[in-house]
Write a protein that binds this ligand. Structure first.
Ligand SMILES: N[C@@H](CCC(=O)N[C@@H](CS)C(=O)NCC(=O)O)C(=O)O
Length: 262
């Protein structure tokens, strides 16, 4: 006997955009089918995946009625619309606009730098082994020029230590920005936990691993403790990057082992 249809999330365990959606689903208490996508095997560049997300990136959400949604920020807003409790967006339109601008800032100004750091660890060892012919064939499946270039870099011109240091510096811009926003309350927009906090969590989690001292700013440090104490944080399973990769490299068959993220 089959139960009622559930949403299906195609995601990467280590992917920041996927983590954001898992956090949102967990806050809402929505049960869903989890479908990990193997990025190194380019499962997200198959025709079947591109039909769900034409950008060829994770996550993609399949709704109960079979329709698809992509873009983590859009998915989170959609989930808040259809499942209003607990609310994850401010009621005040101005605050909502501030929330959206913050989320957009994390997408545009943080994710590209985290990509440099994460792909160097997770994808470079795999992509560097591809032959020129295999690489050309793989690049041809990637729908955007930006990500084709990123895959070419990681396969053939790995990011230098200097580039990685610069990427980390850019990522750390999150901390002073959050410290200023937290002057008015426990969460980024004041008293309410919102999609702005959820957008920041995956980046904070990586900063906690890469440069833990940077999270020492007083308000950010207290925020990070509060985030980790939320039951939804545990349910979203933001496993440590190094532990997940060690599991993969040791060939453990855990469900974190075969996928990678930015
Ligand atoms: N703006 C997109 C970004 C999605 C994205 O970049 N996903 C990364 C993982 S965080 C990915 O799929 N990387 C693999 C690739 O680009 O080939 C969103 O928020 O959904």
């Amino acid at each position: 006997m089959t139960g009622p249809a559930r949403m299906k999330l195609f995601h990467g365990w280590l992917s920041s955009a996927s983590r954001r959606v898992r956090l949102c689903l967990a806050e809402k208490g929505i049960d869903y089918d989890s479908v990990p996508v193997d990025l190194a095997a380019q499962e997200h560049h198959t025709p079947a995946f591109l039909a769900m997300n034409p950008n060829g990136v994770v996550p993609a959400l399949v709704l109960e009625d079979g329709r698809f949604l992509h873009e983590s920020s859009t998915i989170c807003e959609y989930l808040d619309e259809i499942r209003p409790q607990p609310p994850l967006r401010p009621v005040d339109p101005y605050q909502r606009a501030v929330m959206r601008n913050f989320v957009r800032w994390t997408d545009e100004k943080l994710l590209p730098h985290l990509l440099v750091l994460n792909w160097s660890l997770a994808l470079q060892p795999v992509a560097a082994r591809w032959s020129d012919a295999a690489l050309a064939e793989r690049l041809a499946r990637i729908p955007t020029a930006e990500r084709r270039e990123a895959w070419l870099r990681i396969a053939r011109r790995p990011y230098t230590d200097e580039e990685k240091r610069a990427a980390l510096d850019q990522l750390l811009a999150l901390v002073p920005r959050m410290e200023a926003m937290l002057a008015d309350g426990d969460w980024l927009l004041g008293a309410q936990y919102t999609l702005a906090d959820i957008a920041a969590v995956p980046f904070a989690a990586r900063i906690a691993e890469l440069a833990p001292q940077a999270l020492g700013a007083p308000a950010v440090s207290a925020w990070w403790q509060r985030v980790q104490a939320r039951p939804a944080y545990a349910r979203a399973r933001l496993e440590r990057f190094d532990a997940a990769l060690a599991g993969r490299d040791a060939g453990h068959g855990n469900n974190h082992g075969n996928n990678h993220g930015a």
